[in-house]
Design a protein around this ligand. Structure first.
Ligand code: HEM
Length: 524
């Protein structure tokens, strides 16, 4: 047998440095394990998208790109559903509208409640509170999770409770418009909306007095909490890895506890009362009820504000759209002379039926701004839509942003704001319209479908309608509003906020100088 001097010197070098052998061995074991990891995916499971770095490649990319990683992967893999593996754990990523809806339908096995148990870490629940949230009742029996679901969905369903909630929030928002006069006033647009909607939601949900209205610094705490939610759920030295969110939740919990201890919840909305009722019934302490409040005030505001902001910017960036909307909105307003002057009332019951262009702008904003993912756990081995095997213990993600901007569903202009697409949907081929209907999932779906969606529709469209109809918005230098780029979107953040705020000037339109603005919310 012949050896080249080079290979002999190589062998010599290896003999002299045994760690080289150890290193090669370790790498080989890792590669073999990695390959085996791939093989343990059954052929009936969704195809695997491999990472360049074995075992941890996808984890590194998720930490690096957060929500944007699903868009990056969607360019590499166009399958209706695929699997990514981190060590031996599986995450199934759904990309087809049909499969997303199938996953929402199969909500008994493709479950949201376990995710809420994870959420207990974000609000610093100890074992007592976490056990109450995690308790799974035997068939036919009750649990906290079942009662909470019932309370939340009934209090925000269409009906008298919702009308009362609409009335509370819109009365607050009307006040913030009524103080604007005929002379231009400056506002930082996102911050203004953030503060008005957060305080308005707090007044609506908790009545007066409440911790947020008493101390507006809490607004920042709530938004910091949302921003750091992903890291708080991971619970890895949160005071260091998510310092702002950590401080935010630490500031909110004691003031809400004080709110309950002083009996101020007697003024709360049916939603807050119902949640507290379910919690007490299953043994939660006042401290735990208070710790959880930040999630509700967060859910109510942190999705609504980015959508209101982008809806305003996108409309105002197109003067033709502003004109058409003013004509449309004019048909659902009435002007009457009262003792103190003129009152202009906007009838919210007619928003849906009489304002197709406004509704189209709302939908188109939701399509482009709601980019987070619905996350679920798989409770047992099941077939998704009778097509794909999903294994117990895995995660499933439905990345809304990928689905709502897929050119295969929405056409080559998928990334553009075109409200008109919603007005011409009926003329599309049947299968295209169906795909768009299935792919439009800003409020999630299945058992976890957002209970606040009706409230969100009213509080966003009614406020934006009044603002566009009665006021002029310009940039500080007099130019038309641009549509600012979105900020980097962290995991756990559902809707895109702007990377940079806009300094705008707002004033009443001449014909509405001195009028009082009102919303007619129906009989609450
Ligand atoms: C444009 C505004 C909003 C958007 C885009 C939105 C979106 C969502 C989404 C995607 C989910 C999770 C669904 C899933 O994973 O399938 C959710 C859950 C939830 N939303 Fe909303 N939401 C909005 C406004 C609101 C408002 C105003 C409230 C009022 C309180 C609210 C309360 C909730 C609650 C309590 C949950 C949790 C439901 C559960 O635990 O099962 N949301 N929302």
């Amino acid at each position: 047998m012949m050896f080249s001097t080079q290979s002999l010197s190589g062998v010599g070098a290896i003999a002299a440095h045994p760690w080289i052998i150890i290193f090669i061995l370790i790498v080989s074991i890792f590669i073999t394990l990695w390959l085996m990891g791939i093989e343990d995916v059954e052929p009936r499971e969704p195809p695997v998208v491999r990472s360049k770095i074995p075992f941890i490649g996808h984890m590194i990319s998720l930490i690096r790109y957060h929500n944007n990683y699903f868009t990056i992967l969607s360019k590499r893999c166009t399958a209706p559903i695929y699997t990514i593996k981190i060590f031996s754990s599986r995450i199934y990523i759904v990309q087809s509208p049909e499969l997303a809806q199938a996953a929402f339908r199969q909500s008994k096995e493709i479950d949201f409640d376990k995710i809420k148990v994870w959420g207990c870490k974000a609000i610093a629940f100890d074992k007592h509170g976490t056990d109450i949230v995690a308790y799974v009742a035997p068939a036919g029996e009750g649990s906290y999770s079942i009662d909470l679901h019932q309370e939340m969905y009934s209090s925000l369903a269409k009906g008298p409770n919702l009308l009362e909630t609409n009335a509370r929030v819109l009365n607050y928002l009307a006040k913030s418009l009524n103080i604007i006069g005929a002379e231009p006033e400056s506002r930082r647009l996102f911050r203004w909306l953030r503060d008005e909607y957060t305080v308005g939601s707090a007044e609506t949900l908790y009545g007066l007095p409440n911790p947020v209205s008493e101390d507006p610094k809490l607004i920042e705490s709530i938004w910091d909490f949302e921003h750091d939610l992903g890291m708080l759920v991971l619970d890895f030295f949160p005071s260091l890895t998510a310092p702002k969110g950590y401080a935010g939740r630490a500031a909110a919990a004691p003031v809400f506890e004080k709110y309950y201890n002083e009996g101020l919840d007697k003024n709360a909305s049916p939603l807050v009362k119902g949640r507290a009722r379910a919690a007490r019934q299953w043994g939660m302490t006042t401290k735990e009820i208070a710790q959880a409040e930040i999630t509700i005030i967060m859910a109510a505001g942190t999705n609504t504000v980015p959508h209101a902001f982008y809806m305003i910017c996108r409309i105002c960036s197109r003067p033709d759209l502003v004109d058409s909307l003013r004509t449309e909105i004019g048909k659902i307003t009435s002007r009457e002379t009262d003792i103190g002057g003129d009152v202009v009332t906007l009838d919210i019951a007619k928003l849906q039926s009489h304002c197709p262009l406004l509704v189209a702008c709302f939908n188109e904003t939701l399509r482009l701004t709601k980019t987070g993912a619905s996350v679920r756990t798989i409770l047992k081995d099941i077939m998704l839509n009778d097509q794909y095997l999903l294994k117990k213990g895995s995660f499933l993600q439905i990345p809304t942003g990928v689905m709502q901007a897929d050119p295969r569903t929405w056409g080559p202009d998928a990334k553009e704001f075109k409200p008109e697409r919603w007005l011409t949907q009926d003329s599309l081929p049947k299968e295209v319209k169906k795909a768009q209907t299935l792919a439009f999932i800003p409020f999630g779906g299945g058992r976890a479908l957002c209970p606040g969606r009706h409230l969100a529709f009213t509080e966003i469209t009614a406020f934006v309608a009044m603002l566009i109809y009665g006021f002029e918005l310009r940039m500080n230098d007099g130019s038309t509003l641009p549509v600012p780029k979105g900020e980097f979107q962290k995991l756990g953040v559902a809707s895109i906020s702007p990377a940079k705020d806009l300094d705008v000037l707002v004033k009443r339109r001449q014909e509405f100088e001195g009028v009082v603005w009102k919303f007619d919310v129906g009989d609450a």
